[in-house]
Design a protein around this ligand. Structure first.
Ligand code: GDP
Ligand code: GDP
Length: 464
């Protein structure tokens, strides 16, 4: 099993050219004249060491009438549904056209995992178009030239984490898990299926990480147990899997279980190899990382390292202090936890801290709510208009420094991506802007747009 990449975008941006380059055979027709009608094509792509399936949506005429526009939309939607990740391509030489916005809208509505590529990126003629691409709000554009093979290394680098994620998912298909989950899912009744048919919802990817004995296995068993997917002592079977699919309080989730991995590794005598990488893999897999602390020994080095890693990888983080049932001085302990959290993990300011007992199940509803909320904030999008109004106010309240007498001008701001939120500010002399000013803006974004806890990325781009 590998992942599927769909190349989408308006006609003539170079989709087929890239498809041909990735597939390697001259399967696709390339024509200077838009209008050669073709349908979705699939090929086996090779890029560096990566192998994946690629779908090409090329071949639709310029959408001049309704039926064509409709067809283009349907074809793109179908490709998006088939794909795990979409490469949305624009033509950097023409810049962003209204037709590109149509595709960007489809991708947003479908909540697709999107990589943005600014093609025909060879040469200076593409510079302005690459900058414009940021305003689509789909992340940092990969500057490529499908025709000349430029930027393929960057494309490869962008696809690597996706490939890793899929490799991790693949590993969950062990015979044991298949049997267990098949029974469990049948047991869960038809409600989930019916729901899924109405609103196809991707499971929320959650990793539970923490030091050994923090209670990860107990917590995951408790979550799964609540849905009665698995009952009785056989629940232990699930410990052989790497990720588990479940529905928790009505939310479809895929939970990455590092404790299970460790125990499985023991059996396979690969303990050393796996234990080094399991935290990292869990974090890469996840949308939300739950750092489970043992309340008797909270914020150990290992906890801090994994929380910091999650932040650097741009994941939403929830801190859960476990074994709260065994804590005699709850009030005082909570105050102490909060203070230590602020002091030791300032990069996660505002991230939810919840107290739970995996053993009794107390606090699990709060944990569930915190996970959903962290995920929502992580996906938050702020309109360009609001951002620029806000930027004006921030600059007025506290103007940027004026190194060597010339004030740095912040001209324009847009949200380039979500998951986590990333912003681009166009400014003069970005290299001279101090870290403290960036922090001022980041903290301001958190407060003004209610984005506590989530990692926020702020990029300064030069624009004279
Ligand atoms: P599609 O309709 O999106 O599949 O676009 P095609 O792949 O058919 O390409 C449309 C035109 O753009 C063709 O003339 C290609 O040769 C040209 N083209 C594709 N990639 C590049 C590129 O990287 N640079 C330049 N300059 N032209 C390109
Ligand atoms: P893991 O290594 O992180 O998977 O930790 P386990 O789930 O195996 O739990 C380690 C130990 O902590 C076991 O003895 C559990 O019974 C105990 N434990 C787990 N959660 C709780 C809790 O909420 N309260 C108390 N008092 N003990 C717990």
């Amino acid at each position: 099993m590998s992942f599927t990449l769909a190349i989408v975008g308006r006609p003539n941006v170079g989709k087929s050219t890239l498809f041909n380059r990735l597939v390697g055979k001259r399967l696709a027709l390339v024509d200077d004249q838009p209008g050669v009608t073709r349908d979705l094509r699939e090929g086996e792509a090779k890029l560096g060491d990566l192998r994946f399936t690629v779908i090409d949506t090329a071949g639709l005429e310029e959408a001049t009438d309704d039926s064509l526009q409709g067809r283009m939309r349907r074809l793109t939607e179908r490709a998006v549904e088939m794909a795990d990740v979409c490469l949305f391509m624009i033509d950097a030489r023409t810049g962003v056209l209204p037709a590109d916005e149509v595709f960007a809208d489809i991708l947003r509505k479908k909540n697709a995992h999107v990589l943005l590529a600014a093609n025909k990126g060879e040469g200076r003629a593409a510079d302005a178009g690459v900058i414009e691409a940021y305003a689509l709000g789909l992340g940092e554009p990969l500057r490529i030239s499908a025709e000349h093979g430029e930027g393929m290394g960057d494309l490869l680098a962008a696809l690597m984490p996706i490939a890793d994620e899929f490799a991790a998912r693949e590993a969950e298909y062990t015979p044991d898990t298949d049997v267990t989950l098949a029974e469990g899912e049948a047991d869960a009744g038809e409600d989930i299926d019916a729901e899924a048919r109405i609103t196809p919802q991707k499971p929320l990817q959650v990793a539970v990480v923490g030091r050994p004995n923090a209670g990860k296995s107990t917590l995951i068993n408790r979550i799964i147990g609540e849905e009665r997917l698995l009952t009785g002592p056989e629940a232990g079977i699930t410990r052989d899997s790497i990720s588990l699919r479940t529905t928790w309080n009505g939310t479809p989730m895929r939970i990455f279980d590092t404790a299970g991995m460790r125990k499985k590794a023991k059996v396979q005598e690969k303990l050393e190899k796996l234990s080094v990488s399991d935290g990292l893999r869990a974090v890469k897999f996840a949308e939300v990382v739950v750092v489970l602390l043992d309340v008797e020994i909270p914020f150990e080095q290992q906890d801090l390292r994994i929380a910091d890693l999650a932040e650097r990888e741009g994941r939403a983080v929830v801190i859960a202090a476990n074994k709260w049932d065994a804590e005699p001085e709850k009030q005082e302990k909570l105050r102490e936890l909060k203070a230590n959290f602020e002091r030791l993990l300032p990069q996660l300011r505002g991230a939810p801290l919840v107290t739970v007992s995996a053993k009794t199940g107390k606090g699990l509803d709060r944990l569930h709510a915190a996970i959903l909320r962290a995920h929502e904030v992580w996906n938050r999008r702020v309109s360009t208009a609001r951002l620029n109004r806000w930027l004006g106010e921030m600059v007025e309240a506290h103007p940027p420094p004026a190194p060597s007498g010339r004030r740095i001008k912040l001209r324009y701001m847009t949200q380039a991506k979500t998951r986590p939120p990333g912003f681009v500010v166009m400014c003069s002399n970005p290299e001279k802007l101090s870290d403290s000013y960036s922090r001022y803006l980041i903290n301001g974004l958190r407060d003004s747009f209610d984005m506590p806890g989530t990692p926020i990325r702020l990029h300064m781009r030069s624009q004279a």
